[in-house]
Each structure stands twice: as structure tokens, then as C-alpha cells.
Design a protein around this ligand. Structure first.
Ligand SMILES: Nc1nc2c(c(CN[C@H]3C=C[C@H](O)[C@@H]3O)cn2[C@@H]2O[C@H](COP(=O)(O)O)[C@@H](O)[C@H]2O)c(=O)[nH]1
Length: 383
């Protein structure tokens, strides 16, 4: 087996850190297999921030532009310091489709949602997958949330791991039934992800992600490692220039959604939430290019213009995602420096999560302008 991932859960119970401090300057995490033979050499995965640095320093077809970083940082700073801050921790539950509580039901909702939070785009000229809910037609990521809420309103226990651990393909198709002629993409892959996640939670965590969350002892870094160790569908990794790099987009957005939903309190309290990076999807790169923070090479632009289908792990795909993560890191650093110079840094929270949410929402609100920047088309279960 090329990569050995399974790690006995009691390794986490005893709190053994799996982060192996490397002699090299970047932190790596070596997968340690408790019951199986030690992982063979070269099985080191760089965590997302170190991965992003590694890619950005070597990228040839995606460049980070300092002027665009500064311009975007100014936009973010206005968002956090304005009279009516458009960026703040308290906004996540305001969206009509997001849960309004901060209890187990909300956590189970978020875990189901982020286990399925991938690949909603439809080919150009094709009617979008859409779900009508609450008097509105929802597309993209919000169609997933609308379908979950539609099922819950019908009394279907769709957020219960016991229920989705044995869900049939037919039932899944009806839960996520489209209100247009286009079905939700990758239904079989979504079913497999649900079966795996549901079975692990039923067999090892008493049927709820809350119990796994509690074992992370309020550490986002520990929870990230637990999620990617336990659920293969979250293992968003690739090989790039001799290193195993990771974006872990769904694992990180899962942690971030729990933190944002609970406003950093109770079940959403994490001592190291700033270790979470931006979530490398296919939308943030669009808005970063539009804002001038990222620049694509002519070769990449030609590839995108031809509606090329990418594969997970393609060099161009890794460079788009890795440079996007690193660009947001640089934006956060720029904003924090500016706020500190104005002695405003202690008054507001600025991290990659809130910057990501702002940019993701910004892209949706400015789609008419940003969407002439093509997304990189890929069908995968990671984002
Ligand atoms: N980087 C990043 N990627 C995100 C999100 C979200 C959900 N965010 C909302 C929830 C709370 C926040 O406040 C946001 O309002 C979905 N996605 C990804 O986007 C893609 C779909 O995009 P579209 O075609 O426009 O629906 C797809 O890959 C999906 O996985 C995010 O926040 N950041």
C-alpha cells in the first residue's frame, strides 16, 4: 500500500502527538502506524501552510503579486474596521440556511455538509443543479445546504451518522433531488464518503462527530490530523517537487465552520484556530486573480480557456491551490501589520478563515465581474 494512513484511535486518546518535529525548518507530519509496520520512508505530508509555502516558492505558472496582496489587504482592513464591519466572527449563523444553534445538532449538520462540500459546478451552457427552499432557488454550495434542510423538514434524519452509514444510492438521490434537469454531480462518490464517515462515527465515536471533536482537546491541529487519519475522503494531498503536500480543504473548512458557528465558544473553542489556512476550492483563486493578488501564466490561461478538465494532483492544479493559500497568508500578515501600526490589532479578529469567508462571499456578490476569470474544472471529492 503506497501510503499507510490508518492510525489507531487510542493513539489520540493517550494524546500522543503525531507531529514529528523535523530537523528541517518546515514542520512535517509523519504518519505513524500503531498496529501496522512503521510507515516506509518518504511518507511525510507537509501540513497546508508549509505546503503552500513550498508550492509558492517553486510555482512557475501561478505567481503572487505584492501589489494585489496590498490592495486586497486594504479591502479586508476596511471590512474589519468599518462602522458596520462586513468581516466578523458573528456572521456565520446569520445566513438563512446555516444552523441557528451551537449544539450537537448543529455540529452533526456541519459534519454532514462538509463531508459533501465539493464539486457543485456545471459545464458551461448546462442548467445548474438547483434546490428550491424557503421560497428561493439555491445553486452551488448553497444547494447542498438547502437539500439538507429540505430533508430535515421532512423528518428525514439525514444528519445522523447511523442513518447515512447505510444509506442507499436511491435514497441519497432523492434527498439531493434537483429542481432542475441537472442532478447533483458525483452522487456515487458522495455516497461512498457518507458510508465511510458514518461507519467510522458509529463504530468509534458513539454515532456523532461531537465525540471526535471532544477528543481533540480544543486543538484545531489535532482535530485536522484526526479527521484526515480517520476519513480517507478528506485526505486532500498531492505530490509536488519531491514533497507530499496537502490542502485538506474540507477538513479545514469543517473545523472553521464549527468555530464560526459557535463563535469560538463551547464546542467551537480552539486554542490554535489560527493554524487553519484558507480553504483551497475553485472559487477563491478566481477572486484572487480578479483582485490582482494572483497572476496566471499565458500557458495556464490558455489551458483554462479551453475548458481543460484537470486531475487531482496536476502540477497546474497544485500551483493554483497552493499559491491561493499562500496569498491569503500574506494578506492576513499585511492586515495584521497595518492594524498593529494603528494600534487596532487587539480590537479585531483577523485570520485566514475570516478572510476566506469574505473573499468567497465577495466572489459570489461580484460574479458578473469575477467570473470572466475561469475556474479550473475538476471533478473530485476534495473541493
Ligand atoms: N474557500 C471556500 N470555499 C467554499 C466555501 C463554502 C461555503 N462558505 C459559506 C459558508 C460560510 C461562509 O461564511 C460562506 O458564506 C463553499 N466552498 C466551496 O466553494 C465551491 C462552490 O462555490 P459556489 O459555486 O460559489 O457555490 C465548492 O468548492 C465549495 O466546496 C467557503 O466559505 N470558502
Amino acid at each position: 500500500m503506497r501510503r499507510i494512513h490508518r492510525i489507531a484511535s487510542h493513539v489520540f486518546d493517550s494524546g500522543i502527538s503525531l507531529l514529528v518535529k523535523s530537523t528541517r525548518p518546515v514542520r512535517v507530519w509523519t504518519r505513524v502506524c500503531h498496529k501496522m509496520r512503521p510507515s516506509t520512508g518518504g511518507d511525510e505530508v507537509l501540513l497546508p501552510r508549509e505546503s503552500a509555502r513550498w508550492v509558492a516558492e517553486r510555482s512557475t505558472d501561478v505567481k503572487i503579486c505584492q501589489d494585489g496582496i496590498k490592495k486586497t489587504a486594504q479591502l479586508i482592513e476596511e471590512g474589519v474596521t468599518g462602522a458596520e464591519p462586513s468581516i466578523s466572527l458573528g456572521r456565520w449563523r446569520e445566513h438563512q440556511l446555516n444552523p441557528k444553534t451551537t449544539d450537537k445538532a448543529a455540529i452533526d449538520w456541519i459534519f454532514l455538509c462538509d463531508t459533501l462540500n465539493f464539486s457543485f459546478w456545471t459545464p458551461p451552457g448546462t442548467e445548474k443543479y438547483a434546490v428550491n427552499y424557503g421560497g428561493q432557488s439555491w445553486t452551488g454550495y448553497w444547494s447542498l445546504c438547502a437539500a439538507i434542510n429540505r430533508a430535515l423538514d421532512k423528518g428525514i434524519p439525514v444528519t445522523d451518522p447511523k442513518y447515512y452509514s447505510t444509506l442507499s444510492e436511491q435514497t441519497l438521490a432523492s434527498v439531493f433531488k434537483s429542481d432542475t434537469a441537472t442532478a447533483m454531480p458525483l452522487l456515487k462518490e458522495r455516497l461512498a464518503a457518507l458510508h465511510e464517515a458514518g461507519q467510522v462515527l458509529v463504530e468509534k465515536y458513539d454515532g456523532s462527530f461531537v465525540n471526535m471533536l471532544k477528543k481533540s482537546n480544543k486543538s484545531a491541529g489535532t482535530l485536522l490530523r484526526m479527521v484526515v487519519a480517520e476519513f480517507s475522503s478528506y485526505r486532500d494531498e498531492a505530490d509536488y517537487m519531491g514533497k507530499r503536500v496537502s490542502c485538506y480543504k474540507r477538513a479545514q473548512i469543517l473545523i472553521a465552520d464549527i468555530w464560526a458557528c459557535c463563535e469560538g465558544q463551547g464546542l467551537g473553542a480552539f486554542d490554535d484556530i489560527d493554524s487553519i489556512t484558507m480553504f483551497a476550492d475553485y472559487r477563491i483563486p478566481q477572486v484572487l486573480v480578479w483582485l490582482g493578488a494572483l497572476q496566471y501564466s499565458d500557458k495556464l490561461n490558455e489551458t483554462l480557456a479551453k475548458d481543460t478538465m484537470f486531475e487531482s494532483g496536476d502540477r497546474l492544479e497544485v500551483e493554483i491551490r497552493g499559491c491561493s493559500i499562500w496569498a491569503v497568508e500574506l494578506i492576513v500578515e499585511e492586515v495584521r501589520k497595518s492594524l498593529a501600526s494603528k494600534k487596532l490589532d487587539s480590537a479585531v479578529i483577523v485570520n485566514a478563515i475570516l478572510v476566506d469567508h469574505y473573499l468567497w462571499d465577495y466572489r459570489r456578490d461580484h460574479a458578473a465581474e469575477t467570473d470572466h476569470i475561469p475556474i479550473h474544472k475538476i471533478r473530485c471529492i476534495y473541493y
